[in-house]
Design a protein around this ligand. Structure first.
Ligand code: PHE
Length: 435
């Protein structure tokens, strides 16, 4: 099925364009708002170590698996699941989990994206909250006054939809190149600057002080859980991006590079945030509080603070846009592959539907939806991917795609992980409900 569509499918212009776009998806608000705090609260280096292990044995193999499914079928998640399973209803339904997860996640992700763009506007005009005592109230007013933030939410959603509507090369790849390269340069600059601050030492010890006794089952579950959100796995994103791949590409290499970029960005973001916060003798807040409540008044009193704030919120905006683009692409390409509508119709249609649905979070707390869509649904989606690759796709097919022999030890390891270790860990995570 869908032969004619796969035939004319767009492809990435270059290998690095594809790698940057996938890294752009992985690097997002999660790197700023989740990772650093998880590290700080869960034993510093102990968490970092468990997280690295989780990225290596669960994240990378799953990313390779998603790319493979896309490349193998030349289709997006639902159609790919349908094709590989021989049109079995159960697998089609499992594929839909990814589309639903993307739809719901983008709704609240874009609301936060709107806050970021709004704060970028405020830092450019020198209007960021300056007083620590009132920064919390200022943020609460900002984030609960629908009229105020609908402007920013609309702007953010429009930027994302415009990029996706232009297609794989002229939209997704082109803007990821621009935004990601700027992002990586600015973050490196900011991290070097952060090292000169008085709080840098404390920041480093907060993040890297190793305490082996802190490696507990809970920490392990938190680290594994964060892997999916951070690497954008389980929502069909990497399947879609994999379906635009030309024949010649080494997927394991690409997956490792993307994961390494994501981890390094998270560590540098933590270094920047904690160095500033500790320089003022404060304790880092969790979640969105760090960016919108704790940091703005600190920027206001730092030398060159207006610049720092502008760069900081620009980086967040770039990271949020490139991730949101990838999430919208899943829903858009689902409509293109399954319902055979044009890119314009599918992009704007899904963007408007998601926009209307997401309006809910311009006036409500996102904690629960983040747990359900950004936690449970992604893990369910990831479980389906692992089972499909580990149990349904014949090993000989995988070997052909990875241009190796079925007996190659790395391939056998990859197969084993997707067949046993990953599903078992994910079921453990789902049953524990640690999100
Ligand atoms: N990986 C992105 C981040 O860290 C968010 C994301 C989650 C993107 C799920 C796609 C799917 O912010």
């Amino acid at each position: 099925m869908a032969k004619s569509i796969t035939h004319n499918r767009e492809q990435w212009q270059s290998k690095w364009g594809f790698i940057l776009a996938s890294a752009g998806s992985a690097v997002g608000l999660g790197n700023f708002w989740r990772f650093s705090y998880l590290v700080g609260m869960n034993g510093g280096a102990a968490f970092v170590l468990v997280y690295l292990a989780s990225v290596l044995v669960i994240g990378v193999p799953l990313m390779i698996a998603e790319f493979l499914l896309g490349k193998l079928t030349g289709l997006s998640i639902v159609s790919a699941f349908r094709k590989i399973s021989g049109n079995r209803k159960l697998w089609v339904a499992l594929g839909l989990i990814g589309v639903v997860a993307s739809f719901v996640t983008l709704g609240y992700y874009a609301v936060i994206g709107g806050w970021v763009v709004g704060y970028l506007g405020q830092s450019l005009s020198g209007n960021l909250p300056r007083d620590p005592a009132t920064a919390d109230a200022a943020f609460r007013i900002f984030s609960t006054t629908p009229a105020l933030q609908i402007v920013w939410y609309t702007l953010f959603s429009w930027i994302v939809a415009t990029i996706v509507s232009r297609g794989v090369r002229a939209g997704i790849e082109k803007y990821n190149r621009i935004l990601m390269l700027m992002f990586l340069m600015l973050l490196t600059g900011m991290a070097i600057y952060a090292l000169t601050l008085p709080g840098a030492r404390e920041a480093l010890s907060f993040m890297f002080k190793f305490d082996a006794s802190k490696i507990t089952p809970l920490v392990t579950l938190l680290a594994v859980g964060h892997t999916f959100f951070s690497l954008s796995l389980g929502a069909g994103i990497m399947i879609a991006y994999g379906s635009y791949l030309p024949k010649k590409i080494t997927l394991p290499f690409a997956s490792i590079v993307i994961s390494v970029i994501d981890v390094i960005v998270a560590l540098l973001a933590g270094l920047v945030i904690f160095s500033i916060v500790f320089s003022f003798g404060l304790f880092p807040d969790s979640g969105t509080g760090i960016a919108f409540v704790t940091l703005p008044p600190l920027f206001a009193v730092m030398p060159g603070g207006t610049w720092l704030a502008t760069i900081f919120f620009f980086m967040l905006a770039a990271a949020a846009i490139t991730s949101a683009v990838s999430i919208l692409e899943v829903v858009a390409v689902y409509l293109m592959d399954e319902w055979k509508v044009s890119r314009q119709v599918s992009t704007w249609g899904s963007a408007i539907a998601i926009y209307l649905f997401g309006l809910i979070w311009t006036a409500n707390d996102i904690t629960l939806v983040d747990k359900i869509a950004g936690g449970y649904l992604l893990v369910l989606g990831a479980l389906a991917v692992a089972l499909l690759v580990g149990w349904v796709v014949p090993l000989s097919n995988l070997a052909k795609l990875l241009q190796t022999k079925a007996t190659h030890p790395v391939l056998r390891g990859f197969y084993f992980l997707n067949r046993y270790l990953i599903p078992i860990t994910l079921v453990w995570l789902l049953l524990s409900g640690t999100f």
